[in-house]
Design a protein around this ligand. Structure first.
Ligand code: BES
Ligand code: MN
Ligand code: ZN
Length: 485
């Protein structure tokens, strides 16, 4: 899809579809006002969010179609809503065989924020997750060009570039998380990370099993030992060109379980196929680095992705095994299906050794968060309220819904082990919170945020603006957080 700014007058646009936003209430004025008013009056289009109406051969326009995209209530509209609306329009028009789309934004939607979001929405929407479908007809419908109409007043190339960088990074993340586990093993994930790093000029180091053994990453290795696929710890570094103004160093840590059977504490087979997206946190972190390399924020950022496959087998870890983590603390593994936290703690300890002063981890960690928040919100936990507020501000700007959960001391009690320093599960009640407490025990006082994305990282059904499957959630907020540090 060719993305560009189109410096033209509305009447001169010649594309297949000229798109304008129509809000609830009053119909937009200007071109084809009478025809639009008819649509509103007849109730065929009311401006509800993501609603779409198509007018053929609109009066006084060269474009073949005038498309109305519903903006909802004008006071609720923002860049995040425009991202979704643009995506919905692109998907709808693509399915109808339209090839060129021009989006016209009226004041006050002409700012760079809106332009960047529109571009992003279009690129995000253009992905189908049908790579393994061999049907030759599947490529018969495609969008050739997407333009944003601009005049001298607004709409910069920088905004288009930003939108493209972020969307392509998210699509990179989504593609990784959508891959089946026979294709995307820990070794392949590490290879993809290495290629991405070299393409975008980032430093990359992959710790293999031997290195992790030398270092003493017993928690991570215990999980990995059941699989024939060797584990890896991916480390990618971004260093700003100019000398940093503070000592701050952001560490992004993402769970990279390429498949989670549960191990000896094996999962029920119903729905187990979805456990291929158990590396969505790792993929989001890698995608964030891809964007960060291009957007070049002022703060150094290091990404760490511990990647393993959680399998049962004669070499697998057993319930009751006690492992010694990199931190030196011992863990009694009461449930081998609580594997994410075990690989994260060693990566988080390592991140601190690499000098990270602020830590954010993203993980498809618990089924309990899916029960609590569905696929709408990320669950957030912290040991530092100020840091989380900063993160939530970035999340809000990016339209990545995030909901804080409590971390009262009482929950921590549930992780007391009979035989080791702590145990890896706290029981069914408050499952997402005890999981967060487990991790927290290994970050000490370092400002830390844990994001449970088990729900938000995956769509079982397509949205009007996005194909079903991996969403790439978290990435945009990571980038915004680094940018606005
Ligand atoms: N990867 C799962 C969590 C998950 C569940 C992700 C649903 C996406 C969708 C995680 O490793 C897991 O198995 N968690 C267990 C923890 C339990 C054994 C304490 C869970 O949530 O059941
Ligand atoms: Mn598990
Ligand atoms: Zn898991």
């Amino acid at each position: 899809m060719d993305i560009k700014l189109e410096p033209k007058k509305l009447a001169d646009v010649e594309s297949d579809a000229l798109v304008i936003v129509g809000f609830e209430g009053t119909p937009p004025e200007g071109a084809s006002a009478d025809q639009i008013k008819e649509l509103y009056d007849s109730g065929e289009f009311s401006g509800k969010a993501l609603e779409i109406a198509i007018l053929h051969r609109p009066a006084a326009l060269k474009a073949k179609r005038l498309v109305l995209g519903g903006g909802g209530k004008p006071e609720k509209f923002n860049a995040a809503e425009l991202r979704k609306l643009t995506g919905a329009v692109v998907r709808a028009l693509k399915s109808k065989g339209v090839h060129s789309i021009t989006l016209a934004l009226d004041e006050p939607l002409r700012s760079d924020d809106f332009v960047a979001s529109a571009v992003e929405g279009a690129i995000l929407a253009d992905i189908e997750n049908d790579r393994y479908k061999t049907d030759p007809k599947k490529n018969e419908k495609w969008i050739e060009s997407f333009s944003v109409l601009v005049d001298q007043k607004a709409g910069s190339q920088a905004a288009v570039d930003r939108g493209r960088i972020l969307a392509e990074a998210q699509n990179f993340t989504r593609d990784l998380a959508n891959q089946p586990a026979n294709v995307l093993t820990p070794t392949v994930l590490a290879q993809r990370a290495r290629e991405m790093a070299s393409e975008f000029g980032l430093e990359c180091e992959i710790l293999d099993q031997d290195r992790m053994r030398q270092l003493g990453m017993g928690a991570l290795l215990g999980v990995a030992q059941g699989s024939a696929e060797p584990p890896a710890l991916i480390v990618i570094r971004y260093t700003p060109a100019s000398a940093p103004t503070s000592k701050d160093h952001l560490g992004l840590v993402g769970k990279g379980v390429t498949f989670d059977t549960g191990g000896i504490s094996i999962k029920p087979s119903d729905g187990m196929e979805k456990m291929r997206y158990d590396m969505a946190g790792g993929a989001a972190v890698l995608g964030a680095m891809r964007a960060i390399a291009q957007i070049k924020p002022a703060i150094p950022v290091t990404a760490l992705v511990p990647t393993i496959e959680n399998m049962p087998g004669s070499k697998a870890q057993r319930p009751g095994d006690i492992v010694t983590s990199l931190s030196g603390k011992t863990v009694e593994v009461l449930n081998t299906d609580a594997e994410g936290r075990l690989i994260l703690i060693d990566a988080l300890t390592y991140a601190q050794r690499l000098g990270c002063t602020h830590l954010v981890d993203a993980a498809t960690l618990t089924g309990a968060i899916v029960v609590a928040l569905g696929s709408v919100n990320i669950g957030a936990f912290t040991n530092n309220e100020a840091f989380l507020q900063k993160f939530l501000t970035a999340a809000k700007t990016e339209g990545e819904k995030t909901w804080q959960l409590p971390m009262d001391d009482e929950y921590k009690e549930l992780l007391k082990s009979n035989f080791a320093d702590l145990q890896n599960i706290g029981g069914r009640a408050g499952g997402s919170i005890t999981a967060a407490w487990f991790i927290r025990d290994f970050v000490d006082e370092t400002p830390w945020i844990h994001l449970d994305i088990a729900g938000a990282a995956w769509l079982d059904d397509a949205k009007p603006y996005m194909a079903k499957g991996a969403t790439g959630v978290g990435l945009r907020t990571f980038v915004r957080l680094a940018e606005t540090w």
